[in-house]
Design a protein around this ligand. Structure first.
Ligand code: DX5
Ligand code: ZN
Length: 222
């Protein structure tokens, strides 16, 4: 299982994205947190910014939508050329229909669940998605500690993906750092979002490499 590290630019300098993107050139993808101030109690940026980011970096963009009205808006993020668009199960009225529409626009599609949301609402339709995102903090802010209780959901998602023989990435987002990534990997995650851990590091490229290395050697679970 190959490990992917996706730095979250929520912890980058919002008026120096171009400069900051260059510091994470060895990442696998750039995780772009779109927040509308309604679905989550924080506001970041919207379509014009994501479209512009696409122009200034050759890296794939992994867009994480934390917005209401996602059924109306998600395809437009795909139209910017985003490599993947992930939306929250809690925000969509018809996640299978939306997933199909996003794929038809040319992006991979992910489905995210907040810490309090059961995986039951997505496990039957995993084959409609390219990625499952198990949030390991309440979405909205960077720099929060990982919620340990979420890791059991990572294990459940891993079993469901493997049992069905699906080619679906399993992403975790929130509180991932060099002290816990090997343990989180042991629950079966393969795609790791890291915001503050990367951007607050003095050598971001080295931090990305070390996170990737640590996640490649999952610790035994007790
Ligand atoms: C939180 C965002 C995350 C956030 C993670 O709602 O979805 O992507 O930036 O930040 P850290 O890694 O600092 O917890
Ligand atoms: Zn995110």
């Amino acid at each position: 299982m190959s490990v992917r590290i996706h730095p979250s630019i929520l912890s980058a300098d919002f008026v120096n994205f171009e400069r900051d993107f260059l510091t994470i050139a060895n990442s696998d993808s750039i995780h772009v947190d779109v927040m509308d101030g309604h679905f989550v109690p924080n506001l970041t940026f919207g379509l014009p910014m994501v479209a512009r980011m696409q122009e200034i970096t050759p890296k794939p963009l992994d867009v994480h939508l934390m917005i209401e009205n996602v059924d109306l808006l998600a395809e437009r993020y795909s139209d910017t050329g985003a490599a993947s668009v992930t939306f929250h199960a809690e925000a969509s009225q018809d996640s299978v229909d939306l997933a199909r529409r996003i794929r038809a626009c040319g992006s991979k599609v992910g489905i995210a669940v907040k810490p309090g949301t059961s995986l039951d609402m997505i496990l039957q339709t995993l084959d409609e998605f390219d990625m499952v995102l198990v949030m390991t903090v309440e979405p909205g802010f960077g720099g929060q500690p990982l919620i340990e209780d979420c890791l059991e959901k990572v294990a459940i998602a891993r079993s469901a993906i493997d049992r069905a023989g699906l080619n679906v990435l399993l992403q975790v987002d929130g509180g991932i750092d060099d002290t816990n990534i090997a343990r989180v990997a042991s629950y079966g995650a393969d795609t790791f979002v890291a915001g503050s851990s990367v951007f607050k590091s003095e050598n971001r490229a080295a931090r990305i490499d070390s996170l990737r290395e640590l996640a490649s050697h999952p610790l035994a679970r007790h």
